[in-house]
Write a protein that binds this ligand. Structure first.
Ligand code: FAE
Length: 543
């Protein structure tokens, strides 16, 4: 691998950040260091040495390392480049009054907290637009996804957690854990800009009163909590609370993007990738189809749209090396469709298998009137209830905010549970689309685990569940996941470094490699695994 010094990396980031900014201001269709200064509008190159599909965690790592190795790389991303202010002077719209920027081509927003006191207060009718958050529906399960240059990093809660080593070894037994914990997790954390909350400030600030309350309630039940590192800049958050910087995490901004404070991938890996001078990012370019010719060249059918959704062109890109980083859903859908329609005939049956929700289940508890959470709530969680050691129902529950701007007397949690159920993708010829097969019953183990934990918390505090938050009367919401994982599992659909079995030159780099579960929030694992895999691929396949 190319050795990266701190100085060369920050120069690359500087160049790349400048290019990303210039591209947005000039309305360019592709972003690279050279294009940014020279061309106003240029179609994507038609034949390139390497293509990366998507620009989330796996893709961003891959693009940077390919660029550093001198490989001309084109990143095709279906979402927008998010750094152009709207009429209100902001890039993203907030959660309290979302507009079209919030949501990927829908008529109404689809917030995870569907109701409050059974009233739909969070959602708005909006014009269809290439907004930043998507909710993809498949029968009993829907999946939240980030859309844009930076993928999930644009919309996520920034919780940057390294999985427990013994669980990591269990889910990915063929991966050398010494190398992961000694080299790749630290590398990923450094590159992502992971930082820790100042604990003295945490104990006294207004914005984490809700987390301290949940910790107290957990402790009464004999449960421990753990601080959670973040890619949100906690020093910036302190300035927000002090009133010396514009509010973002403290201004009810999370799932529709943060206007400040978030170290999303466009500010870290992707800026550095563009700064190598070898990587071009093409936003609003969706890969519709992947085909492999007899000579081994991949031919991609690419559709370019404008932010309102009008089709501008459909064209082909050719490449001998194709890296799929379209996320667990995107990558798996592309591959299952390609296998079933015969465009990638070498693909095996393991493609489309081993998909899971990371055991996600959301729930709220109703607090006593004297136990206030506070109206100012940091949108980025900093604490979790860690009961993963429980032999029957392991749970890691993030203490989530309710950033409503008013006192709600609700404590909210996103529980990550150890759910052994797995879904799979099949091809639906009628809609020409690969679809996820997952039933409501498969979510029950997650509910059982979360209930076991939070019954204890409620019993110890004389509290009850909230039944008004999810659009009906249910207490546990597991009809969606934030953490889709699997579909092209490492060591099954691919070799042990993400090379797709049966299709030379094709690689998977994203969350679809992880078999359905990480036991913690997944992006650090996805990033570290991509670092490990691309190092091996560059060493062996790019000789
Ligand atoms: P991902 O980041 O999803 O990127 C895939 C990219 O590919 C996207 O930009 C797509 O638009 C693009 N794409 C898809 N299909 C195509 C196509 N055909 N052509 C071109 N482009 C395409 O993939 N994880 C944590 O660790 N901590 C958290 O606090 C956390 N909070 C979350 C909160 C929310 C609301 C959500 C939605 C997710 C959260 N996650 C969190 C999950 C995390 O963001 C997710 O695991 C990663 O983003 C997945 O990374 P991938 O590289 O797999």
């Amino acid at each position: 691998m190319v050795h990266t010094t701190r100085a060369s990396l920050s120069r690359r980031r500087f160049l790349g950040t400048a290019a990303l900014g210039a591209a947005a201001a000039m309305g360019m269709t592709t972003v690279s260091v050279r294009a940014a200064s020279a061309q106003r509008s240029e179609g994507a190159p038609r034949r390139v040495p390497a293509v990366v599909v998507g620009s989330g965690y796996g893709s961003a790592v891959t693009a940077l390392r390919l660029g550093e190795a001198g490989v001309e790389t084109l990143v095709l991303e279906m979402g927008q480049l998010w750094n152009q202010p709207g009429p209100d002077g902001k890039v993203f719209s907030g959660m309290l009054n979302p507009d079209r920027r919030s949501t990927w081509f829908k008529d109404r927003t689809e917030a995870p907290l569907a109701s409050f006191l059974w009233l739909d207060l969070a959602n708005r009718d909006i014009p269809r637009y290439a907004g930043v958050l998507d909710r993809v529906h498949f029968g009993d399960m829907s999946v939240y996804l980030g859309r844009g240059v930076g993928g999930g990093s644009l919309v996520n809660g920034a919780m940057a957690v390294v999985p427990k080593r013994d669980y990591f070894e269990e889910i990915l037994p063929n991966v050398d854990a010494d190398a992961m914990y000694g080299t790749y997790f630290p590398r990923a954390r450094a590159m992502l800009g992971v930082n820790e909350v100042d604990q003295a400030w945490f104990e006294e600030c207004d914005s984490y009163q809700y987390a301290r309350l949940s910790r107290r309630h957990a402790q009464r039940a004999g449960l421990g909590t753990a601080f959670v590192p973040s890619t949100y800049d906690f020093a910036y958050m302190q300035q927000e609370e002090a009133g010396t910087a514009p509010r973002s995490a403290l201004g009810s901004e999370v799932i529709y993007g943060n206007n400040h404070g978030k170290r999303s991938l466009d500010k870290s890996y992707l800026a550095a990738a563009v700064g190598t001078g070898k990587v071009t990012i093409a936003p609003l370019h969706e890969v519709r189809e992947v085909e492999r010719r007899a000579d081994g060249t991949f031919v991609l059918t690419v559709r370019r749209i404008d932010p309102e959704g009008a089709e501008l062109e459909v064209f082909a890109v050719e490449t001998p090396r194709l890296f799929l980083g379209a996320g667990s859903v995107g990558t798996t859908q592309l591959l299952v469709r390609a296998r079933e329609t015969g465009t990638l005939p070498g693909l095996g049956e393991a493609v489309g298998q081993g998909w899971g929700t990371n055991g996600n289940v959301m729930l709220g508890r109703a607090n006593h009137l004297w136990d206030t959470t506070g109206s100012l709530q940091a949108g980025m969680p900093a604490l979790g209830i860690d009961n993963w050691a429980d032999p029957v129902h392991p749970v890691f529950a993030e203490i989530a905010p309710v950033p409503a701007g008013i006192e709600t007397w609700a404590s909210l949690y996103l529980a990550i549970t150890r759910n052994p159920e797995r879904g799979h993708f099949t091809y639906d010829a009628a809609t020409d689309r690969a679809v996820l097969n997952w039933t409501a019953a498969q979510g029950q183990p997650s509910i059982d685990a979360a209930k076991a934990l939070f019954d204890r918390v409620n019993d110890a505090n004389g509290t009850i569940y909230r039944h008004d938050l999810f659009g009906d009367t249910r207490a546990f919401e597991n009809r969606f996941t934030y953490h889709p994982l699997g579909g092209c599992v490492l060591g099954a659909a691919t070799d042990d470094h993400g090379r797709v079995k049966g299709v030379p030159g094709l690689y998977v780099t994203d969350g679809s490699l992880i078999p359905g579960s990480t036991g913690v929030n997944p992006f650090v694992t996805i990033t570290a695994l991509a670092e490990r895999n691309v190092e091996d691929v560059l060493a062996r396949d790019f000789g």
